[in-house]
Design a protein around this ligand. Structure first.
Ligand SMILES: *Cc1c(COP(=O)(O)O)cnc(C)c1O
Length: 424
């Protein structure tokens, strides 16, 4: 269905109903940005809303909490209700708060209740390190030895986690399962419904890390009965470096006492009573801790307007087509250079990025950067390339592959050391 010509790439762009969104973003001239899976680009809308929030500080001082276009006191909940559309939650099941890692700490502190024989947490051996560090420290805080109580499902191929293996590991010693929706390196999308159902059938709670899917893939957390989920907004949701994250708690758990309590988890009408007895909100808002980082929330106001206009289904459709096109171009043009496609190729199991493996991946990434393409490298041998629906065109994908072909043909990657930089 694809052709390997430049004209064909331009045709795909002409048919793309999302192509006009590229103008909403700041993109350096002559740069092809394929790293939105690590840090999404800044939109003009995000900049505008951030400036408005700064203005409300300038104009209102303390009264900015309740005045202005974006009253800070309600921002986390109001934006949570909008993010809920991205993740398939009810408005009160989602709140914008914390970071991925602090939200994981909060949710494990709340929902990990070791009892009798059930004292273990089940994760996978390919998850992002921060999640694993958090789980180990949560076990230690309960006096449980992580070597014994953290089970990590092994990968059969070093890239993906087999769903059967996850389900087989759900023994009657497991109290909680924590998994990524999409694996950060290979881009494998796990069947959330299937694995959630399997956990529940065995009396196990399950939480999902949505960092690599929220904003790229529509979710249905409420209907799937997911117990909780957490994710960042600075990758596919474009709210900027260190931008405030999100969490989902299913309404069946409303009223559960937060493991880590703080006054911003209060019922909002009671918060300023200043009582020493905590009255948590009866929503996901209960799992906030302290004062929201308002200036790092503000870009999300603008970013979510773009999501509202584009719609998650159209975003996923373009992302699937663009990743498929990228894989096609790699096969057509780079077959002489020993690249392996490490991501699942099936639409049902493919996330938002393509995982290209090569033994010289680190030097190839540096050569790409020197030639105006921004990829990222994940040790030991992965080049991640995300054709983000909002701002990467099909023509960008075409040009990127041609640049890569040139780098391989002329061996210019050999000018660079095959080692990662401090930030890869
Ligand atoms: C990006 C990412 C994180 C980052 O956590 P922060 O708390 O935002 O630094 C954690 N886990 C996964 C799976 C990620 O992809």
């Amino acid at each position: 269905m694809f052709k390997s010509t430049e004209d064909f790439a331009k045709q795909l762009d002409q048919q793309d109903s999302l192509s006009h969104f590229k103008d909403e973003f700041y993109i350096k001239e002559n740069q092809i940005y394929m790293d939105g899976n690590s840090l999404g680009l800044m939109s003009k809308r995000s900049e505008k809303r951030l400036l408005e929030v700064l203005d409300s500080w300038k104009n209102f001082g303390i009264d900015g909490w309740t005045n202005g276009d974006h009253p800070w006191f309600y921002l986390s909940e109001n934006l949570g209700a909008k993010v809920a559309k991205l993740v398939g939650g009810k408005p009160e099941e989602v709140v914008v708060t914390g970071s991925t890692t602090t939200n994981l700490h909060q949710l494990v502190a709340t929902f990990f209740k070791p009892e009798g024989k059930r004292t273990k947490i089940l994760a996978d051996e390919l998850n992002f390190p921060s999640d694993i560090y958090a789980l180990k420290s949560q076990l230690k805080l309960r006096g449980l030895d992580p070597d014994e109580h953290l089970i990590r499902v092994k990968s059969r191929d070093g890239r993906t986690i087999n769903e059967e293996d996850i389900i087989d590991a759900m023994t009657d010693e497991v109290a909680l399962v924590i998994l990524p929706t999409v694996l950060y390196r290979s881009g494998q999308l796990i069947d959330i419904k299937r694995v959630t159902d399997a956990a529940h059938k065995r009396g196990i709670k399950i939480g999902w890390d949505g960092c690599h899917s929220v904003g790229a893939i529509p979710h249905d957390f409420h209907n799937q009965g997911v117990d909780f989920a957490y994710w960042c907004h600075y990758k596919y949701v474009n709210n900027g470096p260190g931008g405030v994250a999100g969490l989902f708690v299913h309404e069946k758990h409303f009223g559960t006492e937060p493991g880590l309590a703080g006054w911003f988890g209060s019922d909002k009408t009671k918060q300023f009573d200043m009582e020493h007895d905590f009255t948590p909100a009866q929503t996901a808002g209960a799992f906030q801790i302290g004062t929201p980082h308002v200036l790092s929330v503000a870009p999300l106001i603008g970013s979510l307007e773009l999501f509202e206009e584009a719609g998650m289904d159209a975003i996923r459709e373009k992302s699937l087509k663009a990743t498929e096109y990228l894989m096609y171009l790699v096969k057509e043009n780079l077959s002489d250079y020993e690249f392996t496609i490490g991501n699942p190729t099936d639409d049902a199991f493919r996330g938002g990025h393509v995982c290209l493996e090569h033994s010289e991946a680190a030097s190839i990434c540096k050569a790409l950067k020197a030639n105006g393409v921004v990829p990222d490298f994940r040790a030991p041998n992965v080049i991640r390339l995300a054709p983000v629906a909002f701002y990467v065109t099909y023509h960008d994908v075409y040009q990127m592959v041609m640049i890569l072909k040139d780098i391989m043909e002329n061996e210019t990657y050999k000018h660079y050391k095959n080692e990662r930089d401090v930030i890869a």
